[in-house]
Design a protein around this ligand. Structure first.
Ligand code: BGC
Length: 762
């Protein structure tokens, strides 16, 4: 009997080894041979001097906006001189047809070969007409709407003379302290990859040479969102398993969508600056993934290789960056100042310069700039397209889809006709903050405020009060925000109007400039005196609807325990107040679901749903026992989990079926019914857990979703198929492998409320 058992185990082991499939090469050396050779560009390269090729690798900031630490315009005289010599490949932060045309004219008419410039800009969530911040958009789980939003941004930006956006940011982050969580698609790799694809397609369309599309840029390659303690620009150290399974897939999705460019990152990864990271840029991106576009550095990041302590001077930094595959230098002037000498002294290969120049020229060629360098410079189009009314209508739809209903006890929402409503808080009249961070081209104070949105509903008796000011000084893009910590003069008025009304809407949150680049925070509660205001109002009228405006998850456990209704309204862009009003009034049924876990306390961070089990997870039997993975003073659970969001209607999940088909794929079926009184949309989520694998797998992993619209009483059956692609993972060599064994399959409307079935996969 014993022998049989051992033989059986041996067989199983052999079988499970045999059934592990290695699906992909981890890396392959980038030889430069795979890059497309476009005859026009090849001819041009033949004619170019070394200096002119290096010039293509030089990206200057313009003379207007500033998004990094340099004097506005830098040394303008040098920049203008280099433009006319043909020593500049592109400009950033120049916008408007007039300005773009002026600089393009110098490059095209004054330089020896007349090579046109590429014009880049941070078109992150719109240009003039602003969509919600990217994190908010991700909460819609609506890929078509997200693609359309990027499309509108591209139309407006291209009408302003631009042909390249520094977006999408596809950095995964699990730490809400990091200010740039507002700019990404949340904590989940699967969803973020889908959103990355949608955004690239939205910006680039099917044809880069169409003057209404622009080149996209997948950034920041890589692992920038894993900065230690969420502190901006901080060190990143991580295993290959995390790098390949969590960080890289959204970037790979961008390559698959033929993104034209990549941007590297400010951080080091395991001790090597991303900008001089050979493995990332040469082995993975240009090698294994065969990326055909070019890589731009982040602002000054070539020069920062010295500051990081990898190079002793700028010359060495330039050599390291070029060798590692950074094709274009944004604003550190290292390439333009040192590359020629580095090539002459054989410290940099001519072939690496040739390859970088070719990649940049290929993108310009695909944009159609050699056919017509002024194709984005049409004043008439600029006038007609920017702020077009259809764009406002589209960003309003996007804004509504981005809102997440977090709590709705006693069905306090929607507001009923003829109710008397007090509207209190520093966000009520705000027209600037809802525009969010990263919106340089837009005009300040142009968002529809919550007050303006609500006042359109005339059957309600509204009373408004600020309660407390959030800021002491108007924030500028480059200055720290100053929070009001002592002016309480408005609290009494707020309390007295709260007493006299049926319901109180409280609009609280973060200012738009409290998140974004270099906006890390150690405390994530409501800033300033807002919590005090909330509690003072609650003491006299607990019928509160809390409307949150914020660029990242906040720690609001008191509000969750006490406030009956909470609406997460992020920073929703130009149409913010209208979107919020329509949801509050029930003209739109909220359908968003969180794409980031909300922590109960900052000490829980990093916090994410797809964690590992550990050797000592929650003890089921003996809760008194102390030796398990937990905090002594706080729950392990998030305040609001990934995938969570309520609706004004209700959904029932039934008929859950899971079976292994003849191709060894797992087929999943689920029926969803709208059991409430209103039409509504539901994001149906599919998760797996690989129960035993050669490298431990997370307790849950999103592997599919669908957003469906159901009328009251209506139901739909959905089908999913889980194949090698969803069931495999990357090992510590970065190889994609698929292993046999048991998988739990889960379905539901939130990561914390799922139905489960288990299946054995061969
Ligand atoms: C940011 C990039 C941005 C660049 C240009 C940098 O500070 O990290 O995301 O694209 O500036 O504005």
């Amino acid at each position: 009997m014993k022998q049989i058992t051992i033989a059986y185990i041996m067989l199983c082991l052999i079988y499970s080894c045999n059934s592990t499939k290695d699906m992909s090469p981890a890396t392959s050396q980038d030889s430069g041979d795979n890059i497309e050779k476009i005859p026009f560009v090849e001819d041009l390269l033949q004619k170019m001097t070394l200096e002119e090729k290096i010039g293509q690798m030089n990206l200057y900031n313009g003379f207007y906006d500033l998004t990094g630490p340099a004097p506005a315009g830098g040394d303008a005289a040098i920049k203008y001189a280099n433009l006319s010599k043909g020593y500049v490949g592109g400009m950033l932060n120049v916008r408007g047809v007039k300005n773009v045309r002026k600089l393009q004219k110098i490059a095209v008419e004054e330089s020896r070969l007349g090579i046109p410039l590429i014009f880049g800009y941070d078109v992150i969530h719109g240009f003039k007409t602003l969509a919600p911040i990217p994190l908010a958009e991700s909460a819609s789980w609506d890929l078509e709407a997200i693609e359309q939003s990027a499309r509108i941004a591209a139309m407006e930006a291209s009408a302003a003379g631009l042909n390249w956006t520094f977006a999408p940011m596809v950095d995964i982050s699990r730490d809400a302290r990091w200010g740039r969580v507002m700019e990404g698609a949340g904590e989940d790799t699967y969803l973020a990859s889908k959103i990355a694809t949608a955004r690239v397609q939205g910006f680039q369309g099917n044809d880069l040479s169409d003057p209404s599309t622009i080149a996209a840029c997948a950034k920041h390659f890589a692992a920038y969102g894993f900065a230690e303690s969420g502190k901006e620009y901080n060190t990143v150290d991580m295993s290959n398993v995390v790098l390949h399974n969590v960080i890289l897939p959204p970037f790979k999705a961008c390559v698959d969508a033929e993104v034209a460019t990549f941007m590297n990152a400010f951080n080091t990864l395991n001790g090597v600056p991303a900008t001089s990271h050979n493995y990332l840029q040469r082995d993975v991106l240009k090698g294994a993934w065969n990326f055909q576009g070019f890589v731009v550095s982040d602002w000054g990041s070539v020069g920062e290789i010295v500051t990081h302590g990898q190079a002793s001077d700028e010359k060495e930094a330039g050599a390291l960056a070029v060798r590692a595959g950074s094709d274009m230098d944004m604003e550190s002037y290292v390439y333009i100042n040192h590359l020629k000498e580095l090539v002459d002294s054989n410290r940099v290969n001519k072939e690496d310069i040739e390859d970088a120049a070719r990649r940049i020229l290929n993108v310009k060629y695909k944009l159609g700039l050699f056919d017509d360098p002024y194709k984005y410079c049409d004043e008439q189009r600029e006038k007609e397209i920017i702020r077009a009314s259809e764009h406002r209508a589209a960003v309003l739809e996007m804004a509504k889809k981005s809102i997440v209903l977090l709590k709705n006890d006693r069905e306090l929402l929607p507001i009923r006709p003829n109710q008397k409503v007090a509207v209190i808080g520093p966000m009520v009249e705000e027209k600037n903050s809802p525009l969010g961070s990263w919106r340089l081209a837009s005009d300040d104070h142009t968002a529809v405020s919550i007050r303006e949105g609500l006042e359109q509903y005339e059957n309600i008796e509204w009373t408004f009060a600020e309660g407390v000011r959030l800021l002491d000084a108007a924030p500028a893009f480059v200055l720290e925000t100053k929070i009001n910590m002592d002016d309480r003069t408005g609290i009494d008025e707020a309390v007295s109007i709260a007493k006299e009304n049926d319901v109180v809407i409280m609009a609280l949150g973060e200012h738009g400039f409290q998140s974004g680049e270099a906006r890390s925070r150690t405390q994530l509660d409501l800033p300033g005196l807002q919590q005090e205001l909330l509690e003072a109002v609650y003491a006299v009228n607990p019928n509160i609807v809390l409307v949150l405006n914020n660029g990242r998850p906040l720690t609001i456990p008191w509000a969750k325990d006490n406030i009956p209704a909470i609406l997460e309204a992020w920073q929703l862009g130009t149409e913010s107040g209208n979107a919020i009003a329509q949801v509050l009034m029930g003209d739109y049924n909220p359908s968003g679901k969180l794409t980031v876990s909300f922590p109960r306390a900052v000490g829980q961070l990093p916090l994410y749903y797809n964690q590992k089990n550990t050797g000592r997870p929650v003890p089921m039997d003996n809760q008194e026992m102390v030796f398990w993975s937990h905090f002594g003073d706080e729950s392990n659970m998030p305040l609001f989990p990934f995938g969570f969001g309520l609706s004004y209607t209700s959904f029932k999940y039934s008929d859950f079926q899971v079976h292994l088909n003849a191709d060894n794929n797992i087929d999943v079926r689920i029926k969803i019914a709208n059991t409430g009184q209103r039409q509504g949309e539901e994001v149906v989520q599919l998760y797996i857990r690989d129960l035993a694998a050669s490298i431990t797998r997370p307790v849950l992993e999103l592997k599919g979703f669908d957003k469906i619209d159901l009328k009251p009483g209506e139901s739909k059956e959905l089908q999913f198929s889980l194949t090698d692609k969803e069931l495999g993972f990357y090992n510590d060599q970065g190889r994609f492998i698929v292993e046999a064994g048991q998988f739990d399959v889960f379905v539901g409307g939130s990561s914390d409320k799922l139905m489960k079935k288990t299946v054995d996969r061969k």
